[in-house]
Design a binder for this molecule. Structure first.
Ligand code: NAP
Length: 276
């Protein structure tokens, strides 16, 4: 029965009812025979500081943060690691002897999801979007060794800001030029909400994209977005965005409970069933 077990971790957001994180972490808690439950904690922005202050007294090992708290939580923590500082957002807090350390596992999750499918040539990447998730994606692409990362966004100033924050290998491009940017690209990633169920479609002609280029979408509702369908049809390798969600949870679970959990086909099925 939900709520009858001791909470050992949670997701804090506003709203938080849509989150798949409880289903994911509770699967692993049960799989590894660990006691307790991963809960949802709806916390409105005005109450975030108080909720964070009270966390060490709850006995929980840590929490995840989702919209709209990932940036606002930073000044409330005892420590923020280098990855979270680089991305400018915290999605995981680890509570250790009363101290709260913030980290960000989104870049890890993105890279772990695409790593087995990356092309041998990793020079140019095109990133659509410059929102919160795009920062984690750019951090990951630099780590993967991409040397030219072009960021294009409807609001150009946001693309410029992101490119400036990450250094010389990144450049900001006008949204209208997006189809031309694909020439010579080894990777294309959509980090906008376009193509998501209920949102506007992503309009992008892929003609200039080399056939070897990996195409990935971090939107995972639908699992195979129209962008991925379009790319697969012309012979490009594709990776869907669900794996990013699953993999970003791995380092958090490990930091909290000392077991590195596995992302398996069974877990994927379990999460997809929960989404339906
Ligand atoms: P965000 O910060 O709100 O950014 C949204 C992005 O979409 C911005 O670049 C925005 O451009 C662009 N956009 C929205 N509507 C647009 C339109 N009509 N035309 C052109 N561009 C448009 O959101 P986020 O947190 O980065 O998340 C983005 C998507 O990634 C969401 O669908 C989210 O569910 C998904 N996501 C998936 C994972 C995963 O684990 N797979 C993780 C995080 C996020 P402007 O700057 O011009 O507004």
């Amino acid at each position: 029965m939900p709520g009858s077990k001791q909470p050992v971790a949670a997701i804090i957001g506003w709203p938080v009812s849509h989150s798949l994180s409880p289903r994911l972490h509770n699967y692993w808690l049960s799989e590894y025979g660990l006691p307790g439950e991963y809960e949802r904690m709806p916390v409105e922005p005005a109450h975030l500081a108080q909720a964070i202050k009270e966390l060490p007294g709850t006995g929980m090992r840590g929490v995840n943060l989702t919209i709209p708290h990932k940036e606002a939580v930073i000044p409330l923590l005892d420590e923020v690691d280098a990855v979270a500082k680089s991305i400018g957002a915290v999605n995981t807090i680890i509570i250790d002897r009363g101290r709260m350390r913030g980290t960000n596992t989104d870049a890890y999750g993105f890279l772990a999801n695409i790593r087995p499918h990356l092309p041998a040539s990793r020079k140019k990447a095109v990133v659509l979007g410059a929102g919160g998730a795009a920062k984690a994606v750019c951090h990951a692409l630099l780590e993967a060794g991409f040397t030219e990362i072009q960021v294009t966004n409807r609001t150009f100033a946001r693309a410029q800001e992101l490119a400036a924050a990450f250094g010389k290998k990144l450049s900001a491009k006008e949204w209208d030029t997006r189809a031309n940017l694909l020439e010579g690209a080894d990777l294309l990633v959509n980090t906008t909400s376009l193509g998501m169920a209920g949102k506007e479609p992503l309009e992008l002609a892929l003609d200039a994209l080399p056939r070897h280029a990996l195409v990935t979408d971090i939107v995972y509702v639908p699992l195979v977005t129209p962008l991925l369908t379009q790319a697969e049809k012309r012979g490009n390798p594709i990776v869907d965005g669900l794996g990013m969600l699953l993999h970003q949870a791995v380092p958090a679970f490990e930091a909290w409970f000392g077991i590195r959990p596995e992302v398996t086909p069974q877990l994927r099925r379990h999460i997809l069933e929960g989404r339906a």
